[in-house]
Design a protein around this ligand. Sequence first.
Ligand code: NAD
Ligand code: UDP
Length: 338
Amino acid sequence: MKICVTGGMGYIGSHTVIELIKEGHEPIIVDNLVNSNPEVLNRIQKITNVKPKFYQIDVRDEEKLDDCFKQEGFDAVIHFAGLKSVGESVKKPDLYFDNNIGSSKTLLKVMKKYNVKNIIFSSSATVYGVPKHVPLVETDPVGQAANPYGQTKIEIEKILINEAKQDEKMNIVLLRYFNPVGAHESGLIGEDPNDIPNNLMPYITQVAVGRLEQLTIFGNDYPTKDGTCIRDYIHVVDLALGHLAALKAIKENWGLKIYNLGTGKGTSVLELVNAFNQANNLNIKYQYGARRAGDVVVNYANADKALNELNWKATHNIVDMCRDAYLWQKQNPQGYKK
Ligand code: NAD
Ligand code: UDP
């Protein structure tokens, strides 16, 4: 299939492009590079021997996107493009609404014009808000967004759900990611945050290579087994393969589907740090600090629906995630900037 991959130069998108190529698909990347580096294309080529076609386009730019769709004739779209920093979204909510919701609307409009009926969207577990129970199932209510980033995910889901109601020929898959971490096993591509990382795993890997002094664990007095928060970390390659499984499952008049992509296992911050040390024979320096405002205490997925309907499940464990994340950072201490 010929697939438009918006945001395909980014962390999850680039890993998915590799798996698409491996499966014999033709991914075509649409990305404005606002949070990615052109070097990604060379790395994809190194891994797959294929340099995917790349359009440097802002998805909000309807004219350019229209040209791209006219030229390519896509079978499906995987829509990763979006801004994802929670902290930045609080400071610049309008930018997040415009970029994330605006690009999704433009994309849908152009898809309609060119009769492209299949779309997979990168949603997030953040749409559940503060969980009333765990594990989270897809039928759980969408909650109150904790920040503008989360609000954009809820809004885009609504737009897509509405679209599926209006056009029964549309096949729309909302994938709710839990916590993607790790990197391709080659260590050639991985997560490359612009500033000091907000997320746990890139923070740990940057401490590991000496870019950062020590990790601060935000809170050790939560009502959990070791007092630190619990998340469902999922290897980015498993996540990428979830998109391929969804693509394979799409058939005519399939309509709207929602899946959690997680492992179904909760891991505490302290457990992740210990696994990282074990996987890489290191001793990451850390201290305990105050709780981070707005943190959910425990969050993990029930991923049975994806298993039953897509025949997908995560196969990498926490140690695999820590090993691959470190290999990437060790080989690329400054990320793609070298
Ligand atoms: P990323 O920032 O690495 O990749 C996103 C890509 O989209 C970047 O290459 C960026 O340049 C591009 N982009 C942003 N706005 C654009 C626009 N208007 N036009 C064209 N390109 C644009 O992020 P990621 O971690 O790979 O996340 C991919 C998607 O998955 C995002 O939608 C994100 O919100 C979602 N998601 C990520 C996580 C996570 O923890 N990484 C969790 C849940 C959901
Ligand atoms: N965390 C931490 N120190 C950091 C970054 C994160 O202790 O420098 C904790 C954070 O409080 C949360 C967990 O690690 O409990 C995962 O945080 P992340 O931001 O990666 O994911 P999210 O909270 O968005 O699920």
